[in-house]
Design a protein around this ligand. Structure first.
Ligand SMILES: CC(C)(COP(=O)(O)OP(=O)(O)OC[C@H]1O[C@@H](n2cnc3c(N)ncnc32)[C@H](O)[C@@H]1OP(=O)(O)O)[C@@H](O)C(=O)NCCC(=O)NCCS
Length: 143
């Protein structure tokens, strides 16, 4: 498996397996924007893009994993975890944050396995499904 930054030629493959992108032009736009700003990382197996993740610095200037999405047919094989481990290595700030819905148990398990700690909760984004914030300290001082 290859883990690398996505380029514009990878956009169609990502949009092809992200089921949200199939019906949401805002998601398609988001994918294009993140690729253009070199914030989109992909996992590639046998020349096929099987997952993508977005690492940017929009969360109070800290590293922020804004997205992780694994092709449905490739879940449960460690690909999501590998991509997050890669982002942990790539992150330029001492603190790395992410979030997921309270209903998203697979993502919570993945984050717990990678030793992310809970860091609060945001109500009122999705009705009845709070956003759980997670945090991982990568190093003591800014480098
Ligand atoms: C949440 C999500 C990203 C997880 O990705 P994934 O690639 O399935 O995650 P992993 O395979 O790394 O880990 C999931 C499970 O597979 C297990 N696993 C890891 N390596 C494995 C391997 N080689 N073989 C079999 N299972 C393995 C893990 O132990 C984990 O099991 P657990 O849930 O019992 O702890 C994926 O389900 C997804 O894309 N969901 C839709 C989008 C989403 O919800 N994104 C997150 C919110 S932004």
């Amino acid at each position: 498996m290859e883990l690398r930054i996505a380029t514009t030629t990878d956009a169609d493959a990502i949009i092809g397996f992200d089921h949200v992108a199939a019906s949401d032009v805002a998601r398609v736009q988001f994918i294009h924007e993140q690729i253009e700003s070199s914030a989109c990382y992909i996992a590639v197996i046998d020349a096929n893009v099987v997952a993508y993740a977005v690492l940017n610095y929009k969360f109070y200037d800290n590293g922020w994993i804004e997205m992780l999405y694994v092709h449905p047919q490739f879940r449960g094989q460690g690909i999501g975890s590998s991509l997050i481990r890669h982002l942990i290595n790539e992150c330029r700030t001492p603190k790395l944050f992410t979030s997921t819905n309270q209903s998203n148990v697979p993502m919570q398990r993945l984050l717990a396995t990678l030793e992310f700690a809970r860091s609060g909760l945001i109500e009122n984004l999705d009705d009845g499904d709070p956003e759980l914030v997670y945090f991982k300290r990568l190093r003591d001082n800014a480098t």
